[in-house]
Write a protein that binds this ligand. Structure first.
Ligand SMILES: [Zn+2]
Ligand SMILES: [Zn+2]
Length: 168
């Protein structure tokens, strides 16, 4: 569950506050509308009203997870260099979580930091768009980028040693 801990750090604080406010408001509303009248009528035993309060609290948590997910989409789209405003709107406005599903289907891979100039680069790129540094492994013989799965260089045919595969 380490990935969950890591991704949780991406969830912006504003969405946590919003989620808490939405849940709290729904819970208070449900208590005012139903629990209050039930208690004052006197016909319903207090433990039943308390149970209702608990269930209402659980129900009120559902919209909170929705708000948190939309907050996550907003921050995650930004760090992936995607249009976060558009994706936040899609995630929030298309009903039944279809917008959220679309986001996870179409999101771009996380950018990698260029080892030379540290600017974020699309991880599918072979060279840094800012400074031209090779991103990922390269062949020791010809200096061209290689794939992790190659045992021979696809450009010059040289045998790739283990250290060539990991060298940047
Ligand atoms: Zn660079
Ligand atoms: Zn080569």
């Amino acid at each position: 569950m380490n990935w969950l801990k890591r991704e949780w750090k991406t969830v912006p604080v504003w969405s946590m506050w919003l989620a808490a406010a939405v849940s709290g408001a729904i819970w208070i509303l449900m208590m005012l509308l139903f629990a209050g009248p039930l208690l004052s009528s006197g016909g319903v035993p207090v433990p039943m009203v308390a149970l209702y309060g608990l269930l209402a609290g659980l129900f009120a948590l559902l919209p909170a997870t929705y708000v948190l997910t939309i907050g996550y989409v907003n921050a995650d789209a930004r760090r992936r260099g995607m249009r976060s405003g558009v994706w936040t709107a899609i995630a929030a406005l298309i009903p039944n979580a279809v917008g959220i599903l679309l986001y996870f289907l179409f999101r771009e891979p996380l950018p990698v930091a260029c080892p030379r100039c540290a600017s974020p680069a699309d991880q599918r790129l072979r060279f840094c768009p800012q400074c031209g540094q090779t991103l990922g492994p390269q062949c020791a013989a010809c200096g061209r980028p290689t794939e992790i799965s190659w045992s021979n260089c696809g450009h010059c045919g040289a045998k790739l040693a283990r250290r060539d595969l990991t060298a940047a």
